[in-house]
Design a protein around this ligand. Structure first.
Ligand code: GAP
Length: 512
């Protein structure tokens, strides 16, 4: 684990050094859990958005986009349940004065028990080599089974205290498990309290409750309140979806792990409006479709897994996360939620407006059910950056840092490099730049040796370096160096637009 922590630290400093992510307001020593996306970061982020938008909207005739305001009528959040139920259970350690999420303390305790099982498996593998059958070991080893039983007991209690909002029971659970504060090492805990995660502010110059509004904690509600507008103006028939990318805000208590958990972040959400009763079928469909979208990036199937929710949010009848293997372990990247008719029904009730769908096939009118896919854009960014980051030892003994970002998502698609800064090579390189820049984000670089320039482009994940040399002046050919293999091929300048265009196209990802 120490090793992975080391790698994670390197990723964070690389993100800063190479213009991906900066701490917010850094000249004032930053603001906790808030970050700015820099020149390369914003390109990567825009490309992730494009990949998502194309997969969800452009590839589906029955899904359309939306860009709703961040501020919404305050009653929206009453109706959605966020005012009353969007809480985290908090507990303080009286000695260290540190504050924790009570559920996270319990989950970390469970993770430690799981770790013990994993260690036993590792020991078995070392001892028995190829003859070791992990599946059988996990199914029969008494220590492993005893720990699984223990975990199950803890999970059941956790689920019970969460569902019943039993704060005393929560504290009792933490005490019974003997959980100590990671800072002070003591068990001197306060009571568990609920803390609402929404940021509130005031509208205009009027103070007081009447003007209290919230920064949206999810983008989804902007979709729900526009459901009928879109359905009518777009003449949409069920099933149909509305997709949206935008900022969301949560006053997270434990905000940490770089851009993994922030107070201001971006979500890419899609609400799929369906006939009541068909939710199980669509739940399975979207779980599979979203997993496919992730796996198409080629980071390896072992980086993903589903995790079914133990505690269902107030609006859901089924929910699963797609978890990703971050450097700090498997963590939630995306949620797939079967939200029933909860939100639309609540908005009907609170607004007094009918939000029904008239089904021309059955001549019935009903409130649609909703299947939601919700992914954090910043988490997706971190998943890509941390997995793409590689420190490589080359054959000639030198080292390089390279980001193996899938070409379609890379911030810069091609760097155009004159071998030397004279003999007419810069002019020729500029000619190429002036053609490619219409389709791709390209960089022109003439400073330093070609080797140094290749390294700089590797470090920001540029998949192709196009080098203009003296031969170019004779026969109008250039070399293309591929980032991962570092192999070079000579091609005609007239072929460049097509070659680069094909290789960095989103199409490959979308057709995978
Ligand atoms: N509309 C449903 C919803 O908001 P969620 O599971 O609370 O569900 C969806 O959030 C996704 O948003 C998460 O899977 C995660 O990727 C991202 N997310 C949530 N809180 C975040 C935070 N504080 N910082 C960064 N991303 C966050």
């Amino acid at each position: 684990m120490a090793n992975n922590e080391e790698v994670f630290k390197k990723v964070i400093s690389h993100a800063k050094e190479f213009g991906f992510v900066f701490p917010s307001s850094e000249i004032y020593d930053g603001l906790s859990a808030t970050y700015d996306y820099a020149q390369n970061g914003v390109e990567l982020k825009n490309n992730i958005k494009e990949y998502w938008w194309m997969a969800m909207v452009q590839m589906h005739e029955n899904i359309v986009g939306l860009d709703a305001a961040i501020f919404m009528h305050p009653t929206v959040w009453k109706a959605s349940g966020h005012v009353d139920a969007f809480n985290d259970p908090l507990i303080d350690n009286k000695d260290s004065k540190k504050r924790y999420r009570a559920d996270v303390l319990v989950e970390e305790h469970i993770a430690k028990i799981e770790d013990k099982n994993n260690k036993d498996v590792e020991k078995g593998k070392k001892r028995f080599g190829d003859a070791f059958d992990e599946e059988q070991f996990r199914a029969t080893n008494p220590n492993v089974l005893r720990r699984l039983e223990e975990i199950k007991g803890i999970e059941d209690r956790l689920q019970k205290v969460q569902n019943e909002n039993d704060l005393d029971g929560f504290k009792q659970l933490i005490e019974d498990l003997g959980i100590v504060c990671p800072v002070s090492g003591s068990k001197n805990w306060t009571e568990v309290r609920q803390f609402n995660l929404m940021f509130g502010t005031e509208l205009g110059s009027v103070a007081g409750d009447a003007a209290k509004i919230y920064l949206r904690p999810e983008t989804a509600q902007g979709i729900f309140v526009n459901y009928l507008n879109v359905q009518k103006t777009g003449r949409m028939k069920l099933p149909f979806g509305i997709a949206q990318i935008g900022k969301a805000f949560r006053n997270e208590i434990v905000a940490r792990q770089f851009i993994f958990r922030m107070r201001e972040f971006e979500q890419m959400e899609m609400q799929y409006f369906i006939k009541p009763g068909s939710q199980k079928e669509w739940y399975e469909y979207w779980k599979e479709a979203r997993m496919k979208w992730h796996k198409a990036l080629g980071f390896g199937d072992d980086h993903y897994r589903f995790h079914d929710h133990l505690k269902l949010a107030h609006y859901a009848d089924a929910a699963a996360d797609i978890e990703f293997k971050f450097p700090f372990g498997f963590k939630e990247l995306e949620g797939i939620h079967s939200r029933t008719d909860f939100d639309l029904s609540q908005h009907e009730e609170y607004s007094g407006k009918k939000l029904r769908y008239f089904d021309p096939e059955t001549n019935e009118s009903y409130v649609p059910y909703v299947l939601e896919t919700s992914i954090g854009l910043d988490r997706m960014f971190l998943a890509i950056l941390s997995t793409a980051f590689k420190e490589e030892q080359l054959e000639d003994g030198s080292e390089r840092v390279v980001l193996n970002i899938p070409p379609a998502l890379a911030p810069v698609k091609a760097a155009i490099l004159p071998l030397v800064k004279k003999d007419g090579l810069p002019e020729k390189a500029r000619e190429i730049m002036d053609v490619l820049k219409f389709d791709h984000n390209c960089q022109y670089e003439e400073k330093d040796t070609i080797g140094k320039r290749y390294r700089r482009q590797d470090a920001i994940g540029t998949p192709y370096c196009i080098t203009v040399d003296h031969q170019t002046l004779e026969d109008n050919t250039v070399t293309i160096r591929e980032r991962d293999s570092m192999e070079q091929e000579r091609v005609a300048i007239s072929e460049l637009e097509r070659i680069i265009g094909d290789r960095v196209s989103m199409k490959k990802l979308l057709m995978a």
